[in-house]
Design a protein around this ligand. Structure first.
Ligand code: GDP
Ligand code: MN
Length: 381
């Protein structure tokens, strides 16, 4: 689950990290009011609140010298689209004087299977380019989760960012606190970019990004309450509400599978036969025709999908229930592309009968089905 910057800033502040006082607004009038309140003499920065980075480069971060200018920036930013996401809210924060911009993040690293702290002096808006072109400018340290980050580890990371011991000490404290926030909220990523130093020697967080691991949400209702459904992909929201695990991908073979492992294996096989999966979709272990209908709706709403592949291994999931769902779905709406069905396991015979009655055929072999679904890309149904 992605948090907005304004939400992440509150979590960082609660964790004791210095973050300039800010507020969030949905209209230019509100922006002008907040600017008058938080801006002081130095003016404010108006920042688009969308679930993506690169807002600065897209024109979604603007400095204003006073409340009037803040209002006119807000008029431009509210309603603009950044990487396909519409801006409905903006953050208004006092402008900080920046001497340097560093990068600081904690992520879950698959390779070391640990939280890893990443720091770089080359922070700011170009960190992706730094990572690609000059990865040696980014330092990483894997943390042993049994002990958390130790003080000397935080200090040695902070020395990668600053030479002045006064700044180093502040950065070390921020690194330790960011690690604490990261574990407290169940994050898979917590990032501060820029971690700025000011001309008068303070170190501040001027941006905040937190991604929470969905599996951590059940025991953290206060964090789950921060979910902004309006900012999420509508198909993923619908899928989650229906109890499906769905992740949209870039390809054109729509996949509907039961079980996460089989879903992964199916995607691998689609690629093996030269295709590209349009999604990961796990309908789960229960047999519920309604879930199948919702799954097919979600898949066929994706205009990239050019063929649809069902791959069901019936255990607890009953193949006849899945077949009923498929038949009900194609009666309810036009699928519009070729459909390849493979099912095997519990009640497969009943399933085949149900499908044949509706004029559909089912395959038993997974390789054959995947190959066929890949071949049928681009063909009319
Ligand atoms: P992002 O582009 O989505 O990562 O948005 P950021 O919040 O990181 O803002 C992008 C850039 O705007 C930063 O790297 C800064 O250079 C600049 N910026 C953001 N906040 C301030 C501020 O308070 N003062 C100044 N001078 N620049 C800022
Ligand atoms: Mn940033």
């Amino acid at each position: 689950m992605n948090l907005h910057e304004y939400q992440a800033r509150v979590l960082l502040r609660d964790g004791g990290i210095p973050v300039p006082e800010a507020d969030v607004a949905v209209s230019p009038e509100e922006v002008a009011e907040i600017a008058g309140r938080v801006g002081g003499d130095g003016g404010v920065v108006v920042k688009a609140q969308v679930h993506t980075g690169g807002r600065g480069k897209a024109g979604g971060v603007k400095l204003a010298k006073d409340a009037e200018e803040a209002r006119s920036h807000a008029e431009a930013i509210l309603g603009m689209t950044i990487k396909g996401l519409r801006v409905d809210k903006v953050l208004v924060a006092p402008i900080a004087d920046i001497a340097t911009e560093s990068y600081l993040a904690v992520i879950i690293d698959r390779e070391s299977q640990r939280p890893v702290v990443m720091v770089s002096r080359a922070g700011g808006v170009d960190i992706e380019e730094v990572a690609a072109a000059t990865p040696e400018k980014i330092f990483r340290l894997a943390i042993d989760p049994r002990y958390g980050i130790l003080q000397h580890e935080a200090m040695s990371l902070a020395f990668k960012l600053f030479d002045d011991i006064k700044l180093v000490r502040q950065a070390a404290a921020i690194i330790s606190k960011l690690y604490a926030v990261f574990t407290h909220v169940g994050a898979s990523l917590a990032e501060i970019n820029p971690l700025a130093s000011t001309p008068d020697g303070a170190v501040l967080a001027l941006d905040a990004k937190i991604v929470v691991d969905d599996n951590e949400l059940d025991r953290r209702p206060a964090i789950e309450a921060l979910r902004d459904l309006s900012a999420e992909d509508p198909a993923e929201v619908e899928a989650r509400e229906a109890g499906l695990s769905y992740v949209k991908l870039e390809g054109n073979v729509g996949c509907c599978v039961n079980g996460a492992g089989l879903a992964m294996a199916t995607m691998d096989l689609v690629k093996y036969y030269g295709g590209e999966p349009a999604n990961f979709l796990d309908i789960g272990g229960s047999s519920n025709p309604q879930k199948v209908i919702t799954a097919l709706k979600i898949i066929s709403a994706d205009s990239n999908v050019q063929s649809v592949l069902f791959n069901i291994f019936g255990g607890i999931t009953r193949c006849d229930d899945v077949a009923k769902g498929i038949v009900a779905a194609i009666e309810e709406f036009e699928l519009g592309r070729p459909l390849v069905i493979r099912l095997t396991g519990t009640n497969e015979r009943e399933a085949v009968q149900i499908l044949e009655k509706a004029g559909l055929t089912a395959l038993l072999d997974m390789d054959e089905a995947v190959q066929k679904a890949v071949e049928m890309v681009g063909e009319v149904a």
